[in-house]
Design a binder for this molecule. Structure first.
Ligand SMILES: [Zn+2]
Length: 418
C-alpha cells in the first residue's frame, strides 16, 4: 500500500491522508488549515485547485469528525463519491448548514458505526472505532490491506481524559503503522485543567460559590460532551441551563440516538432566542421552523433578567446585546473553549463589556487532544510496530516521547510505500 499525507505532517489542522490500496484511492479527512482565513485569495484558489484534483480522484472518503480542520474541503467532493462518517458527524455538518449555508449540496453520506466493518471497497477492510475527542462522534479508522496483510490505524483526534476516556481500549493493538496525532506535543505548559471531570467539578464549585450570581459560559455549541457536563453541573446545583436555539437544534437533532440533554425529561435545560441570530434567521425565507421547532422549551430573557441566580446561560460574544438587555448586576463569566479565541480582535467589545460590569472571570476548559502522558499510554497499550506523526507541529519530538518505538516521519505530499 502507498501513503501520501497531503497535509498535516508539520502542522495542526488541514489533515488529509491518501492511501492507495489495491488501486483504490482512499482519502481520510479533507481539512482546511487552521490559518486558512488569513490566506490571500490567490493562495486559497491555488490550494483549492490542488486539493480539488486530489479529491476528484478519490474512490471513497472517510471523515474522522466534524471539525473544520478535518472536513473543511467537503464542498469539493463530487456528489457520487461515497463519504463515510458517523451519525453525529452528519448531524453536526447538516444543522449549521441549515442555519448558515446558502444551498446545501447533496452528498453521498454513508453512516458508520463503532466496530461495524466496512467492506464495500475491494481488497480493503475498514473498521471505525469511537474515540474520545471534543467532537462528539469522533472516529479512528483501522485500515487493512487484505492482499498484503498490512494494517494501519489512523487515530484521528484523540484524548484519554474526556467523558469516554477508556474508549481507546477497543482500538486494534499491534498494527503495522499508527498515524498518531500530536497536537499537544510541545505545548502543554499552560494546560492546567487535565480532565473533563475537573471541568465539571470547577463548574459546580463556581456555581456554588456565588449562589446569587447569574452565570455566563462561553462554550462551543458543537462540543456536546461539554454541554452534557454543563447540564450535569446545573442539575447538581439546581440551576437551569439556557442555550440558544441554534445549540438547541443541534441537541434536538441528536437526542433520539445519543445521550444529550433534550426533551421533556430534561428539566434543567431551556432555550432562549438571541437578538442577532433570531433576526438573521427571520430574514431568510423558509427557515422559521428552526425557531419554532424548539419553541416549546423557551425561556425569555426577561425571565432570566428577573431570576438571574436560577440560570446558567451558554453564550457567544455575538450575544453582547442580549447580555446588555439582561443587565445582571452580579454575574460570573466563564470561558470554556480554547483560550486563544479570546484574543481575537473582533471579540474586544464583548470582553470590554464584561470588564465594565465587573463580572468575575474564570477559565474552565481542557484540551480536546491527548497530553503527552496520554499519548504514551496509548502507545504502551496499542504497541504499533511503527508510528507516523500527524496533526502536530513537533514531529521531530516523537522520538523523544516514544524512545522505544519506530518513528516514520513523512513530509507533506511525499508518496511512501508501506
Ligand atoms: Zn478535532
Amino acid at each position: 500500500m502507498e501513503i501520501i499525507i497531503h497535509r498535516g505532517t508539520k502542522e495542526i489542522g488541514g489533515s488529509c491522508v491518501e492511501l492507495i490500496i489495491n488501486k483504490k484511492r482512499l482519502l481520510i479527512d479533507i481539512g482546511l488549515p487552521l490559518d486558512y482565513d488569513s490566506w490571500s485569495d490567490e493562495e486559497k484558489v491555488d490550494y483549492e485547485n490542488k486539493m480539488s484534483s486530489i479529491i476528484q480522484k478519490a474512490d471513497a472518503i472517510f471523515l474522522s469528525h466534524y471539525h473544520q480542520d478535518h472536513t473543511g474541503l467537503l464542498n469539493l467532493v463530487p456528489d457520487r463519491t461515497p463519504i463515510y462518517l458517523s451519525d453525529p458527524t452528519i448531524r453536526a455538518i447538516i444543522i449549521p448548514e441549515m442555519f448558515f449555508g446558502d444551498v446545501f449540496k447533496g452528498f453521498n453520506f454513508i453512516p458508520i458505526y463503532h466496530r461495524k466493518v466496512i467492506t464495500e471497497i475491494e481488497g480493503v477492510r475498514i473498521i471505525p472505532y469511537r474515540v474520545d475527542h471534543s467532537a462528539f462522534g469522533a472516529m479512528a479508522f483501522l485500515i487493512e490491506d487484505l492482499k498484503l496483510n498490512k494494517t494501519i490505524l489512523y487515530t484521528g483526534d484523540i484524548r484519554l481524559h474526556g467523558l469516554s476516556k477508556t474508549s481507546y481500549l477497543s482500538l486494534k493493538q499491534n498494527v503495522d503503522y499508527m498515524l498518531l496525532e500530536g497536537t499537544n506535543i510541545g505545548r502543554e505548559s499552560n494546560a492546567i485543567i487535565k480532565s473533563e471531570q475537573q471541568v465539571f467539578e470547577n463548574f459546580v464549585n463556581i456555581f456554588n460559590s456565588y449562589p446569587s450570581h447569574l452565570n455566563y459560559v462561553w462554550a462551543s455549541s458543537l462540543n456536546i460532551d461539554r454541554i452534557n457536563l454543563l447540564y450535569d453541573a446545573c442539575e447538581e446545583t439546581n440551576k437551569i441551563l439556557a442555550v440558544d436555539f441554534f445549540t438547541m437544534n443541534i441537541l434536538k437533532s441528536m437526542y433520539k440516538h445519543h445521550n444529550v440533554p433534550y426533551g421533556s425529561s430534561n428539566r434543567y435545560i431551556r432555550c432562549f432566542y438571541p437578538n442577532y441570530l433570531t433576526s438573521y434567521i427571520k430574514r431568510i425565507q423558509h427557515r422559521d421552523y428552526l425557531i419554532n421547532c424548539v419553541h416549546w422549551c423557551k425561556v425569555s430573557k426577561t425571565e432570566i433578567k428577573e431570576n438571574p441566580s436560577k440560570y446558567v446561560v451558554m453564550i457567544r460574544p455575538s450575544m453582547i446585546e442580549d447580555l446588555k438587555y439582561i443587565d445582571a448586576s452580579n454575574a460570573n463569566y466563564i470561558t470554556s473553549i480554547w483560550k486563544e479565541y479570546e484574543k481575537d480582535e473582533k471579540y474586544r467589545p464583548f470582553f470590554e463589556y464584561i470588564e465594565s460590569k465587573g463580572y468575575n472571570k474564570f477559565y474552565n476548559h481542557t484540551s480536546g487532544h491527548a497530553f503527552e502522558e496520554g499519548l504514551q499510554e496509548l502507545n504502551r497499550y496499542l504497541k504499533p510496530k511503527t508510528i507516523i506523526p500527524i496533526h502536530t507541529q513537533e514531529a521531530s519530538k516523537y522520538k523523544d516521547i516514544f524512545p522505544d518505538s519506530n518513528i516514520l516521519q513523512l513530509s507533506d505530499g511525499e508518496k511512501t510505500i508501506l
